[in-house]
Design a binder for this molecule. Structure first.
Ligand code: NZQ
Ligand code: ZN
Length: 393
């Protein structure tokens, strides 16, 4: 087990009705003037935004609401909010939504506390050194941003999607009411389950495999979210299924499922290029890229894949190489049952592409041939190109 520092400071308020307490939670945290961010309208339609603002008003807080965050959130929108609210006395940020709203909130926090331009932090030109108090009312279980140290933005002007990781990205608290996720379209539920799985899978494939407690947590989480995912697809208002998915979402990306490991995250990096170029949902980019990545690297350590399949998918095959292939097909088949794409042609945003586009994707992922990604088997530009080609049908 590698040495590690585990820091997961976000307070979680979990359960029905917590949404109506958000004003009180902010008051207890010392907030007085709140900037509330939300997305394209689902929070208005469902009534969640009204419940939130009623709660803020009841707690005697002043607030202003800004909607319009898009999935694969855009830099220009976040920078615009920073420009508008700089010096306006905002002392608390609240996201009502999912990863896109949360990540926009984190970018606004960077800009309001550390100055503009916000993109500097995503390019690594400057370091985040402070944060405004932040929290969320989570409406989709997926990205794990409600407890994570990440924020991911797309710079639409140059077609680049980048993340920044810093302890200053950890929100103060998360309101997690599973009932808020009943209104999710099936595709978004499926994207969320896929992303939650990937936050564990991308940590599972490390450069060593002797972290037994971490592995056991990962196995349990994967089994749980996969079962609950199928149930929630069949019964969108099944509280038990929605609760399991929501809690898995946070634990999958607050680092618990990777303690002692070095994270791989190749599949996330490969996927971000697809989302940046095609505005493809994050979860869909992952269900496409994991099977091709897994088949490409499985020979590095087939026993690792085989062990995963035996623990999560009940694979009984004794031969590791065969069991590894069954494991990969098993996860791929699961995503197909959820209705997720597993190749380019199954994603309407992507479709089959010219080889020149695949080359551009590979160069984007390797940052113009300046880096490899991953640790299980580090991959370079040539490997990335092979992976995009393998998915291009
Ligand atoms: O915009 P609205 O109208 O709210 O609709 C949203 C959006 O279209 C809809 N939705 C959310 N809650 C709903 C709902 N529709 C009906 N009922 C509800 N209760 O769902 C759609 C997707 O929302 P989004 O916030 O984009 O989803 P998600 O949470 O999957 O976030 C994805 C973003 O997070 C990033 C991804 O790359 C992507 O940009 N990630 C962030 C991470 C982090 N900060 O730690 C880690 C992840 O690996 C990921 O990269
Ligand atoms: Zn993810």
């Amino acid at each position: 087990m590698n040495s590690f520092t585990y820091y997961s400071p976000t307070r979680v308020h979990f359960g029905p009705k917590t949404t109506d307490q958000v004003g009180q939670y902010i008051r207890e945290s010392g907030g007085t003037s709140v900037l509330v961010l939300y997305g394209g309208g689902s929070a208005v339609k469902s009534g969640t935004l009204k419940r939130v603002t009623d709660s803020l008003a009841a707690a005697g807080l002043s607030y202003v609401c800004e909607g319009g965050v898009q999935p694969n959130p855009r830099l220009a929108f976040a920078q615009g909010l920073v420009d508008r609210y700089q010096g306006k006395g905002i002392d608390f940020l609240l996201a009502v939504g999912g990863g896109s709203v949360l990540d926009t909130m984190k970018a606004v926090s960077h800009g309001l506390t550390c100055g503009s331009p916000v993109w500097d932090f995503y390019e690594g030109k400057r370091t985040v050194t402070a944060a405004l108090p932040m929290a969320s009312v989570l409406t989709i279980a997926a990205a794990g941003s409600e407890t994570s140290d990440s924020s991911v933005l797309t710079n639409e002007a140059i077609g680049v999607k980048r993340g920044v990781n810093t302890p200053f990205n950890r929100p103060l608290f998360a309101v997690m009411d599973p009932e808020l996720t009943y209104t999710l379209p099936p595709y978004q539920t499926a994207c969320g389950v896929t992303d939650i799985m990937m936050h564990t899978l991308d940590r599972y494939f490390s450069d060593h495999d002797d972290d037994y407690l971490t592995d056991a947590i990962a196995h349990a989480l994967l089994r749980d979210v996969m079962d609950a995912g199928l149930l929630a697809m069949a019964e969108p208002d099944n509280y038990s299924a929605r609760s399991e998915i929501m809690w898995c979402g946070s634990l999958s990306h607050n680092d618990l499922t990777g303690l002692g490991h070095t994270k791989d995250f190749s599949v996330h990096q490969l996927g971000h290029e697809l989302s940046a170029r095609f505005d493809l949902a994050h979860g869909a980019s992952l269900s496409i890229m994991w099977p091709v990545w897994a088949r490409y690297v499985a020979g590095t350590n087939p026993a690792r894949f085989a062990g995963l399949g035996r623990a999560v998918l009940n694979i009984t095959e004794a031969d590791d190489a065969t069991a590894a292939q069954l494991t990969i097909s098993g996860f791929e088949g699961y995503w197909q049952r959820l209705g997720m794409p597993v190749c380019f042609s199954q994603a309407k945003e992507v479709g089959v592409q010219e080889d020149s586009v695949l080359q551009a994707l590979a160069l984007g992922c390797s940052r113009q041939n300046t880096r490899k990604v991953g640790v299980f088997r580090p991959i370079d530009t040539a490997d990335m190109l092979e992976l995009y080609r393998a998915a291009n049908h």
